[in-house]
Design a protein around this ligand. Structure first.
Ligand SMILES: Cc1cc2nc3c(=O)[nH]c(=O)nc-3n(C[C@H](O)[C@H](O)[C@H](O)COP(=O)(O)OP(=O)(O)OC[C@H]3O[C@@H](n4cnc5c(N)ncnc54)[C@H](O)[C@@H]3O)c2cc1C
Length: 418
């Protein structure tokens, strides 16, 4: 194709999820022409990768997409799937983004004359700036050991899980106890299925403590304003696993010990399959203890805040285990267990191979400061802890988008003045 005749845009956004559309919103506010490419449909992940009983973990008041704050009558509630989709539909209608759906960006390459060549499944365009809003959850992780498991066992990834009825009769092995794994294990448990859960290292937190949602306390304590530079772990916080807790039925704790006392089988981290048995780390007791330690330490921080500020609140409490494993179980005979299906809940790998720019660190992760990279014109948006806790969520993606759009506007002003 003759590059001189291809369409040029000041900004191309890759991805039409909440991050891409938040960026489009702010570009429109600044009157900056742009185009969004979306591989599937806008808000694809919310429509296709969440289970039927999915609901937000974050309270409704944290649904603060730009120009589209939550306006319902239950700010402390938790939207269920169809409410989330309605909320996002309303957001899309408000933004009215210039979007090409069903078009995948295959390659972004810097041009010698400046700017970028953007190659897509539907031709090429050029752009002064590229905003990477393609999310952080690209390739579902399933370990290679899965291929060695007996063929009669149905295996899916959490992204494909919809409900208990989708799985064949018989016990289900859920691997991973992060937000997805813990909630899917609960979903199956409540549906009356026998669940075997391989527990990982995810921390947990209380849903409510001393009369309020823990998220509301943390907001008052300034936690959601803390930037990655101010966090004790610095950029290491980006590797943290989310705390498990749920918004289901108005919100409650997820206590794996309680599930165990009701018949769920808990094991440590799944390590291998030796041809007859599943092999687990003997870390179950410490994993449960560590999750409770985090739970209690968050509550203790809330106690301190209450005391220091003389706030009247119901009395403090400390979580005491309702169940402890009698012994670690390093193996489980797969045939004897009757396990008929496995749900892999061990996360996703990002895939930015299409981006031909030196904007990745030694570990292959995007290197940026609040989404602004060292390569002029390349931006990231929507990644967990891009700037604050809420950067990868409805709560704060909008203000990050405003920040990178301000950078784009300032640079283009400077260039037009030069
Ligand atoms: C299980 C789970 C629970 C969550 N719970 C909450 C919660 O309670 N509260 C909350 O606020 N957030 C929650 N989140 C987090 C967050 O809101 C979502 O992950 C959100 O979807 C991220 O938005 P995004 O726009 O950055 O990415 P995505 O929604 O992943 O959007 C990226 C888009 O880019 C497209 N794309 C990718 N590559 C290309 C390409 N090469 N060319 C063109 N298009 C491309 C994809 O098709 C996709 O539509 C949850 C996430 C998960 C997975």
């Amino acid at each position: 194709m003759n590059e001189n005749r291809i369409q040029h845009y000041p900004v191309v956004i890759v991805g039409g999820g909440q991050a891409g559309l938040s960026t489009s919103y702010h570009l429109r506010q600044q009157g900056i022409d742009h185009l969004v490419f979306e591989k599937h449909k806008a808000m694809h992940a919310w429509q296709t990768q969440r289970w039927d009983n999915f609901c937000l973990v974050t309270p409704n008041w944290q649904c603060a997409l730009p120009g589209h704050p939550y306006q319902g009558d239950d700010p402390d509630g938790f939207m269920v799937k169809h409410e989330i989709l309605d909320y996002l539909k309303g957001f899309r209608a408000k933004v009215d983004p210039p979007i090409r759906e069903g078009v995948s960006v295959r390659r972004v390459t810097p041009r010698s004359e400046g700017g970028f060549l953007v190659s897509t499944t539907s031709g090429e365009v050029s752009a002064d700036n590229v905003v990477v809003a393609s999310g952080g959850y690209h390739e579902p992780i399933v370990p290679r050991m899965a291929e060695r498991l007996p063929g009669h066992i149905a295996q899916i990834h959490s992204a494909e899980y919809r409900n208990a009825d989708q799985l064949p009769d018989g016990p289900v092995l859920v691997v991973g106890s992060g937000q997805s794994g813990a909630q899917i294990a609960e979903d199956l448990h409540l549906a009356g299925r026998k669940v075997v859960l391989a527990v990982g290292h995810a921390p947990r937190c209380a849903r409510f403590y001393r009369g309020r949602d823990v998220v509301t306390w943390l907001a008052d304590m300034g936690y959601y304003e803390m930037s990655v530079d101010q966090h004790p772990l610095r950029e290491g916080v980006r590797d943290n696993t989310n705390h498990y807790v749920t918004g289901r039925d108005g919100g409650r704790d997820i206590d794996l010990r309680k599930f165990a006392s009701e018949g769920m089988e808990l094991y440590g981290v799944l390590r291998d399959y030796d041809g007859a048995s599943l092999v687990f780390d003997t870390n179950l007791a410490s994993a449960l203890d560590d999750a409770d330690k985090t739970y209690n330490s968050i509550n203790a921080a809330i106690d301190k805040y209450i005391a220091e500020n003389g706030i009247e609140a119901p009395p403090p409490s400390v979580y005491e285990p309702v169940w402890t494993p009698a012994a670690e179980r390093p193996t489980l005979d797969l045939a004897a267990s009757g396990i008929a299906s496995i749900v892999w809940c061990i996360g996703f790998k990002p895939d930015f191979r299409w981006l031909d720019a030196p904007v990745f660190n030694g570990a292959g992760h995007p290197q940026h400061r609040r989404g602004v990279t060292a390569q002029e014109g390349v931006y990231f948006i929507g990644l967990p802890w891009l700037h604050t806790w809420g950067s990868g969520r409805f709560g704060a993606v909008g203000r990050d988008a405003e920040h990178i759009v301000a950078d784009i506007a300032a640079r283009s002003l400077k260039e037009s003045a030069a």
